[in-house]
Design a protein around this ligand. Structure first.
Ligand SMILES: Cc1cc2nc3c(=O)[nH]c(=O)nc-3n(C[C@H](O)[C@H](O)[C@H](O)COP(=O)(O)OP(=O)(O)OC[C@H]3O[C@@H](n4cnc5c(N)ncnc54)[C@H](O)[C@@H]3O)c2cc1C
Length: 365
């Protein structure tokens, strides 16, 4: 069992880096809805953006437990780990299912910071949580796929060179199960934007740089298909468990930040944050051992998101009117941590998952 005291050197190193980016830095970015360029640059130079990339490709070769600690420390310092978590979990699809040629072509450059892989294109207006209902298509024509369709809430597209895209390659009526016939592609955004791909920013409650995407005859070379055609849903699911664990870690960081700010009234919330932390560590350890961990990843995400939201409310209450004033950073963190009640999976759907897959109750939908 890994305890929170473990990985002390890693925690100290991340804290040290985060000290260079005080609350005023994040507050300013929040007001301008700007991307944290300087912070991402510093994270890249420290090697953390290539945390999960194996050493042979120039990365740090870290476990998911270690990567999750980096996120926890960023949010615990008052910062926002969004770009970092995006690169780390998005990477998993390429790491686990990419060909050797793809890994050689991209991983060393990503590890050096020459390429960013921080965009993940799954959600659609008519298919949010119900991923297998997506209608974006990729149709093979010779040595390329032609992509048409629409995606929504796709974050960091303007700040990433590459995007993992999920699209339907076999029409729904030709597959036995809805989860079949979906494929994953690595889209080079530098080529696609302006060549059929249009990007429309969406302003949300917090500083997230999210967008609506329209694909109109966007060409993706065949060599950018990741893994086998039609198997993409399985690859994406793998990555989603990692994402849930990483987001649980962010919520633990948020929860601790709120409690530190509101110690006197935050004691109950403290107990919930620490309990959630145990589940996050259990889930990350299972993931690192390659064991099935859907139940633990989902439960960790739910417990941690609820605990950080509880702590956020306690902190705002404790601060009274000041909790609502931008200079105290509590209202900003409050808005940021609210997202995790909804995305990347809402709390009620985690309850449905646990009811069906852990408790054996009938499917509720
Ligand atoms: C700021 C932000 C950034 C995001 N970034 C990305 C990104 O980079 N890439 C990406 O692909 N997506 C991204 N998302 C999308 C996010 O993952 C989705 O918003 C999330 O999966 C929920 O989908 P939805 O919004 O379509 O809601 P829906 O799936 O429509 O859900 C709406 C409500 O209905 C409930 N519900 C849905 N289905 C059922 C059911 N069967 N039974 C019971 N209740 C149900 C849900 O629990 C929820 O409360 C982002 C979203 C936000 C807000």
């Amino acid at each position: 069992m890994v305890h929170t005291e473990a990985h002390g050197d890693l925690r100290l190193a991340v804290r040290e880096l985060c000290r260079r980016f005080p609350a005023s830095y994040w507050r300013e970015l929040d007001q301008q809805r700007a991307y944290p360029e300087a912070f991402v640059q510093a994270m890249t130079e420290a090697g953390y953006l290539g945390a999960l990339i194996p050493k042979e490709y120039g990365g740090l070769g870290m476990s998911l437990v270690e990567a999750s600690i980096i996120l926890e420390e960023i949010n615990g310092s008052g910062g926002v780990a969004g770009p970092y978590h995006a690169q780390v979990y998005t990477m998993g699809t390429l790491l686990r299912h990419g060909s050797e040629a793809q890994k050689q072509a991209y991983l060393p450059k990503i590890a050096r910071g020459e390429l960013r892989l921080q965009a993940f294109g799954v959600t659609e207006p008519e298919a949010g949580t119900d991923t297998t209902s997506i209608t974006t298509t990729a149709v093979r024509e010779g040595n390329r796929y032609i992509v048409n369709g629409r995606k929504i809430f796709i974050s960091r597209v303007q700040h990433s060179d590459l995007m993992i895209l999920l699209a339907r390659t076999t029409p729904l009526e030709q597959v036995k199960k809805k989860s079949q016939g979906l494929s994953v592609f690595l889209v080079d955004l530098r080529e696609a934007v302006g060549n059929g791909l249009t990007v429309k920013p969406i302003r949300v409650i917090m500083n997230n740089n999210t967008n609506e995407l329209h694909f109109n005859q966007v060409a993706v070379p065949v060599e950018n298909l990741i893994g086998a055609e039609g198997e993409g849903f399985r690859y994406i699911l793998d990555g989603m468990n990692a994402e849930r664990i990483l987001i649980a870690a962010e919520c633990i960081g948020d929860g601790r930040w709120f409690i530190e700010r509101a110690t006197q009234r935050g004691k109950q919330a403290h107990i919930h944050v620490e309990a959630a932390n145990l589940m996050r560590l259990r889930a990350a350890e299972r993931f690192d051992r390659g064991e099935p961990g859907g139940a633990e990843a989902n439960m960790a995400k739910l417990l941690a998101a609820d605990a950080s939201w509880e702590a956020a409310n306690v902190a705002i209450q404790t601060y009274g009117g000041y909790g609502l004033a931008a200079d105290y950073d509590i209202e900003r963190k409050f808005r940021e941590t609210r997202l995790y009640q909804v995305a990347p999976i809402s709390t009620n759907l985690i309850l449905s998952y646990v009811a069906e897959h852990v408790l054996g109750l009938p499917r509720s939908f």
